[in-house]
Design a protein around this ligand. Structure first.
Ligand code: NAD
Length: 458
């Protein structure tokens, strides 16, 4: 693990490497990203296996992680080609006006463990293809996958000096990088607590600092699915199970609040409860397992505390059986009788815990859904066109899903990210993302009166 001294050295090295990388043509940087996409595709199974073993994600979802990383590389390569070069702003006689982008300089990428390849690759590829020198700090729990990504990018042609891997403790290495006066941009994805601390630290001017730092911070969620009275309950049950308990609920987009119209509550629970009870817990490398272990002991302790709180405040509607004897497993649990303003219904748990909140009518359902500080993902199961329309207008989330699960956004098709306490920054995998990593410039030249001084003329 690197320490604060290595963090300082990495910033110094990145600063020295930045001009050459910024001077590399955008088309060449895009070509390198496409090389990396090809290498990842060739090693798709190996990389997925690494993710299964390092963070306990299922085979299918680990494969999805790799595929999303490949999509990020290809999409940001194409996006950079779209944005590269100069654009004439307006044709005016006697004056040329051109608009173009510069890289910001030194970018620090701080990544979470839960999408160890895709999110790391997305942030790193965006920072690199826009011409920034990058220092990448993987999450502690997914360091090996992070290092595999960096090796692969170097192999694809990213110069060693333009991309440095700096594994280490967040509070030590991450915090040092964020506070460093010579860093221009921080791309962070992770918890709200750390994201807000990074925004605060980055806003403080250090002696010797020459630029205000830009922070892109994608943070947590407390996402809801609404089930309307006329919803297809079989479809809804399938979507809820996958959204709430896929990867053990350890996704920022996971569903942790289920808002159900009272008229249909009983009929939905008649499907959901047995489905939850039949989920199979077991090692993720075994294809028969539905639910694997949590990432670490501290996560298991934390989720168990929330479950104890739920048992005290409400009642268990469903709980998966067959808990393995060893490993950081927690059974998926569904709670009823929980107040909408309670901690269980407001805080991000990041585990397989689902709270059911009944609603009188669709209006109240939307109010409940909007009743948190997070605005990341949300879903509605309904066959009522007017209700779907209302959800489009009023459901305060960055990614709204109608009549489908609420996880698994696809690059370019469903640009991803939230607002409110879920983040500041513009949609990963979307058309505005790369702009955040660059400085726009305008150059205006009077072409009428300056004449022409040939080289060598006195
Ligand atoms: P985390 O905030 O604990 O850690 C994220 C990264 O920040 C890690 O690399 C960690 O080492 C680093 N870090 C920790 N303390 C730091 C500090 N003081 N200064 C600088 N860096 C520091 O999050 P996590 O447990 O890795 O990931 C889970 C969280 O990420 C959840 O809250 C989840 O909702 C969120 N998340 C959000 C998105 C999104 O797109 N909005 C995607 C994935 C995960």
């Amino acid at each position: 693990l690197a320490g604060p001294q290595q963090a300082d050295a990495a910033v110094l090295a990145a600063r020295a490497a930045a001009p050459a990388w910024a001077g590399t043509p955008a088309q060449e940087r895009a070509r390198i990203l496409r090389n990396a996409a090809r290498l990842m595709d060739e090693r798709r199974c190996d990389l997925a296996a690494l993710i299964v073993l390092e963070v306990g994600k299922s085979w299918q979802e680990s494969d999805g992680d790799v595929v999303e990383a490949i999509d990020f590389l290809a999409y940001y390569a194409a996006e950079m080609e779209r944005l590269a070069g100069e654009r004439l702003t307006q044709p005016v006689p006697g004056e040329s006006n051109h608009y173009h982008y510069w890289p910001k300089g030194v970018a620090v990428v701080i990544a979470p463990w839960n999408f160890p390849l895709s999110i790391s690759t997305g942030m790193t590829a965006a920072a690199l293809v826009t011409g920034n020198a990058v220092i990448y700090k993987p999450a502690e729990a997914s360091t090996l996958t992070g290092l595999a990504m960096v090796d692969l990018l170097h192999e694809a042609g990213v110069p060693a000096a333009a991309l440095t891997a700096l594994p280490g403790w967040g509070e030590e290495v991450g915090a040092r990088l964020v506070a460093h006066p010579d860093v221009n941009l921080i791309a962070f994805t992770g918890s709200r607590e750390v994201g807000l601390a990074i925004i605060e630290t980055a806003a403080r001017m250090a002696p010797g600092q020459r630029a205000v730092k830009k922070v892109i911070a994608e943070m947590g969620g407390k996402n809801a699915i609404i089930v309307d009275e006329d919803a297809d309950l079989d479809e809804a049950t399938r979507g809820i199970l996958q959204s709430a308990f896929g990867f053990q609920g350890q996704k920022c987009s996971a569903c942790s609040r289920l808002i159900v119209l009272e008229g249909v509550l009983e009929r939905l629970l008649a499907r959901l409860v047995p489905a939850v009870e039949e989920l199979r817990l077991g090692p993720p490398e075994h294809p028969a397992s539905d639910v694997g272990p949590l990432i670490e002991r501290a996560a298991q302790d934390k989720v168990r505390r929330y479950i104890a709180l739920g048992e005290a405040e409400g009642r268990v509607l469903a709980r998966a059986k067959g808990l393995p004897a060893t490993g950081w497993y927690v059974p998926p649990v569904v709670f009823g009788g929980i107040a909408p303003d309670s901690r269980l219904a407001q805080e991000e748990i990041f585990g397989p815990v689902l709270v059911v909140l009944p609603a009188r009518d669709f209006d109240q359902a939307l109010e409940l859904a909007n009743g948190t500080e997070y605005c990341l993902t949300g879903g509605v199961y309904s066959r009522h066109p007017e209700h779907l329309q209302q959800a489009r207008r009023r459901f305060r989330v960055g990614n709204l899903y109608l009549n489908r699960g609420i996880t698994g956004a696809i690059v370019e098709r469903q640009p991803f990210g939230g607002f409110g306490m879920s983040g500041v920054g513009s949609k990963a995998g979307g058309p505005d993302y790369l702009l955040q990593f660059m400085e726009p410039r305008t150059v205006s030249e009077n072409t009428l009166r300056q004449g022409f001084a040939p080289a060598g003329a006195e």
